[in-house]
Structures are given as structure tokens and as C-alpha cells.
Design a protein around this ligand. Structure first.
Ligand code: ADP
Length: 486
């Protein structure tokens, strides 16, 4: 089976969030179980020739865009693990400082940029002579591809039996654009209906994936059910409910080479479930990295995009209470200015207890996972979440809200003492979060109990192999849908 993973960001080339981690790790994991997987993404400015030697002169392509044609190219790079990465080049669209927009907002031509990307993938497959059994598309930036497969390219070789899997990594970002952009996609107005791409007068690119892909998935079982409800469906719950028979949830694996306390190159000392002694050095190193005084009080860590999704308004609401507890807190994140300011204000008020770094800093993220004792993830919604999984691996006990992937990966240690790996709360309320943090602090004071919780989490297996096998099952389902009937 040959699979092409299509994504707008892929580690190690370009990353803003978990999507890149997943679409970077999955093709390698597929190769390890014998599936020929490649990946393709736009060639942004950050994918420069010095860091990523590109092979070959690149293949030039012509891409229809509305009434005109846009030129471009596809270059190739080694993604590691035997995976070929293809990079769609068009400097006008992708040679920019950021992937999707600046702090002031999204790039205004995002519809055009990602329409170009999707159509370029189709045209490149046609003209390069490459054959894939499965196109695995991810999030709205790639969602036009399943629609193209069933419309403009339905009768074109080599797509007649190609299956599509569309994976939703975050339904909060849907690719909503004004309907004047529809002709540019090449799709006809007959698709501008509520059953098609229309969404209250606009076009919704995510819907193209949800309506036209052979099989749908999202990144945890719980999230796959939540998104069929108005609370989590962001207006797409109806479409998702309609397609519930084809909708699956597969929890992300984690990249064991990058996130492994026994081999992590970013942390002060390595450690493992058999010998946890290195964690003490990691704690000291973390406090010093954040300029906090040394001490034995438990350290709470928090990393993430500073957005409402990640629960920063709840953290803000309990900030004063947190500062009064026997703990230290370190926060790493960048995002919405109002949350940055709120967190910075807390740090200024309690400089001995709370510290924040407004940045995107991978090395510091590793130091937090290793050096903290408790990891806080009170997300409003969380399709899968990676940081709570890293925390489990690093013996840093997660306190999470029971939603999406958080509910599927963390077991409450009070409700289930034999299997507990963290502390969970249900309702999105400040009191509930305070309750869960209090329970974690009480457990921390009981060293034997805490040690058991830490070790249970560290022993769990979140390697990619199981997830990759689950994806292969879905690829099989997609292919069966495309097999000629009769
Ligand atoms: P999301 O994809 O919604 O942002 P995930 O938990 O799935 O959330 O993945 C986030 C990824 O991005 C993790 O690998 C996390 O370590 C990383 N990350 C997020 N914010 C930062 C930051 N400020 N500095 C370093 N890494 C970050």
C-alpha cells in the first residue's frame, strides 16, 4: 500500500502545533510496519536549503486557479526514516515569515494559498507519474483534495481507485472564506449548498473534507463523539453526525526519539521508570531556567498556545488561589495578547512562585516536562493533546479536564486508585480545576502514593506503532469504498 500524507505543517520542516508532530511521525511509523508512506507540504521560508538539503532540481507544475494558471514546483527532501518529503513551491504564496498569518491576523489570501496547495498536489500526482493508493489529508488546509477526487478528478488517472482519509485535528479552525472565492477552487456553484461547502453564506473548506472523504477520523475516540454535538461541533455537528458510520478516533502516538526522558538531549539529567533520580536535577534546572528560587514545593508546569481553547481563562481565574498554595508554577506559551498579559501580571505579582516565558521554545518545553511535578491542562476542548502524554512519559502527573484526548489518556487516581495516572475534572469551571489541583497536591504529600501514580504513567505505551496500525485499518476501509462494485 502506498500512502501520501498531505499536511500544511510537518515536523521537521514546519510546525506551529500538534498537527506537525503527528504528520511528521505517522509516515515514519507507517514505514516501520511496511507501508510505503511519503508526505507533502508547502515549502515555506523556514524550509531553507541550508537546514534541509533539497534533492533534485524540482519538478515544475502548472496549477489551474479559477480562470488562470499559477506556476509552481515540487522539490524533494529526506524526512528521515525512509520517508520522502515533497515540498510544493510557490514563493508568492509560501515564502513568508509565518505559516498562516501574523500576530495581527491570518493572511488575507489563505483561501488562495491552500487552494493552490491542494490543486498542486493533484496536478503533481498526475504529471509525476507517482501512484498512491491513499491520500491522507489533514485539517482544512488540505480538505479540498477529497472534494477534487470526487469531482474534477473523479475520472482522471491515476485517481479512479485512490481512497481518501480526512483527519480532523482541530475543528476550531475550519477555513471559512467569503463565497466569492469559490470559483477560484474550480468547484461549481452546485456544491454551494448546506449539503456541500456552504456554511451560512460562506464557504467552509473543512466541510469539503467532511463531506467528500471516503473515511473520516479524528485524534481521539472521545473527540470523535464530542464533535457530533453542538457544544463541540462548531456548527459542523450535523455533517459529522450524518457521517458517524465513517468517523473514527485514533489517539496520536508520540515520537519516542524526541520525547523520552532516558534519551532527551535538552534536559539536565536523563532518567527512567527504573531510576528516577535524574528528575531532581531536572527540577533544579527548571527553577533556575525560570529564575525561581530553589525549593521542594511541587512545580506545576504548563505549556501551550495561549488561547481560550487551552483553558487559560480558568488559570487566570484561579491565579490568586494558585499563588497561595504550596507550589511553584512555570508557564511557557505564546498566543493571544490578553492571556500573555494576564500570565505576565501574575508572574510580576508573585515573582518567587510563578514565572512565565512568552515564547515558542522547544528546549524549554522539554525542561518543563522533565522538571515539573504536576502538569496542568485544563482545556475547554482538546482533540488529542500531546503535552499530557509527554507528561505521563516524563513522570509529571497531569491534571486535566475530562474532554477529548485528555479523557482518553489520563485516569483519575482518586476515582480509580489501581490505574490512576493523574487527576481529572469534568465541568469547565474554576472550582472544579481548584478541586483537581488540591487533590493532586494532597497526593503529592503522600510520597508512596505519588510514586505509584508517577510510575504507572511512565509505564504506559504511547508509541506510534499501535496508532499506525489503526490508520492502516482505516486506509483499508477507504480502499474498499473505492473498489469497483459488482
Ligand atoms: P495543539 O496542537 O492544540 O497546539 P498539542 O498538545 O496537541 O496542542 O501539541 C502542542 C505541541 O506544540 C506540543 O509538542 C508542545 O510541546 C508544542 N508547543 C506548544 N506551545 C509551545 C511553546 N510555547 N514552546 C514550545 N513548544 C510548544
Amino acid at each position: 500500500m502506498k500512502v501520501l500524507v498531505v499536511s500544511s505543517e510537518i515536523v521537521p520542516f514546519a510546525k506551529t502545533g500538534g498537527l506537525a508532530d503527528v504528520t511528521g511521525a505517522l509516515p515514519k511509523a507507517l514505514r516501520r510496519i511496511g507501508v510505503e508512506a511519503d508526505c507533502i507540504l508547502p515549502r515555506y521560508r523556514c524550509v531553507d536549503r541550508d537546514r534541509f538539503p533539497l534533492t533534485g532540481a524540482g519538478q515544475s507544475i502548472r496549477v489551474p486557479l479559477g480562470q488562470r494558471e499559477e506556476g509552481g514546483g515540487v522539490e524533494e527532501a529526506d524526512a528521515g526514516g525512509g520517508v520522502h518529503a515533497f515540498l510544493v513551491r510557490n514563493d508568492r504564496y509560501f515564502d513568508r515569515e509565518f505559516l498562516y498569518g501574523t500576530r495581527e491576523g491570518d493572511y488575507v489570501d489563505n483561501c488562495e494559498r491552500f487552494t493552490f496547495f491542494c490543486r498542486a498536489v493533484m496536478e503533481w500526482i498526475v504529471s509525476s507519474g507517482r501512484r498512491y493508493d491513499i491520500l491522507h489529508c489533514n485539517d482544512w488546509q488540505t480538505a479540498l483534495i477529497p472534494a477534487y477526487m470526487k469531482t474534477l478528478y473523479a475520472d482522471r488517472e491515476p485517481f479512479r481507485t485512490t481512497g481518501t482519509l480526512f483527519t480532523v485535528h482541530n475543528l476550531g479552525y475550519q477555513g471559512l472564506f467569503w463565497n466569492h472565492d469559490l470559483p477560484m477552487t474550480g468547484l461549481g456553484w452546485e456544491l454551494f449548498t448546506p449539503q456541500g461547502l456552504e456554511y451560512y453564506g460562506q464557504i467552509n473548506l473543512m466541510k469539503a473534507g467532511l463531506v467528500f472523504a471516503d473515511i473520516l477520523s479524528t485524534v481521539s475516540d472521545t473527540y470523535s463523539r464530542e464533535i457530533q454535538t453542538p457544544e463541540y461541533g462548531y456548527g459542523l455537528e450535523g455533517v459529522l453526525y450524518e457521517r458517524r458510520e465513517d468517523l473514527y478516533g485514533i489517539v496520536n502516538g508520540i515520537d519516542d526519539e524526541e520525547w523520552h526522558p532516558a534519551a532527551d538531549r535538552w534536559i539536565a539529567a536523563n532518567y527512567s521508570v527504573d531510576d528516577l533520580s535524574g528528575k531532581a536535577a531536572c527540577r533544579r534546572d527548571l527553577l533556575s531556567a525560570f529564575g525561581l528560587p530553589p525549593g521542594d514545593e511541587p512545580i506545576l508546569g504548563l505549556i501551550g498556545r495561549l488561547t481560550a481553547q487551552k483553558g487559560f481563562d480558568l488559570v487566570e481565574r484561579i491565579g490568586e488561589w494558585l499563588a497561595g498554595q504550596p507550589l511553584r508554577m512555570v508557564i511557557l506559551g505564546a498566543g493571544e495578547r490578553k492571556y500573555e498579559e494576564a500570565m505576565e501580571a501574575l508572574g510580576r505579582k508573585y515573582p518567587e512562585r510563578i514565572a512565565i516565558r512568552v515564547a515558542y521554545d522547544n528546549a524549554l518545553a522539554h525542561k518543563i516536562e522533565a522538571g515539573a511535578d504536576i502538569y496542568l491542562m485544563p482545556s475547554r476542548y482538546e482533540p488529542c493533546g500531546l503535552n499530557q502524554i509527554y507528561s505521563l512519559k516524563y513522570g509529571t502527573v497531569p491534571v486535566v479536564r475530562e474532554t477529548g484526548g485528555l479523557a482518553d489518556t489520563v485516569v483519575d487516581a482518586d476515582a480509580n486508585p489501581a490505574e490512576g495516572t493523574g487527576f481529572t475534572f469534568r465541568r469547565y469551571e474554576a472550582e472544579e480545576l481548584m478541586g483537581a489541583v488540591s487533590r493532586a497536591l494532597a497526593a503529592y504529600a503522600d510520597r508512596t502514593r505519588w510514586d505509584g501514580i508517577v510510575r504507572r504513567g511512565m509505564a504506559l505505551d504511547f508509541s506510534w506503532e499501535a496508532s499506525a496500525r489503526a490508520y492502516v485499518d482505516l486506509y483499508g476501509k477507504a480502499l474498499r469504498k473505492r473498489a469497483p462494485k459488482g
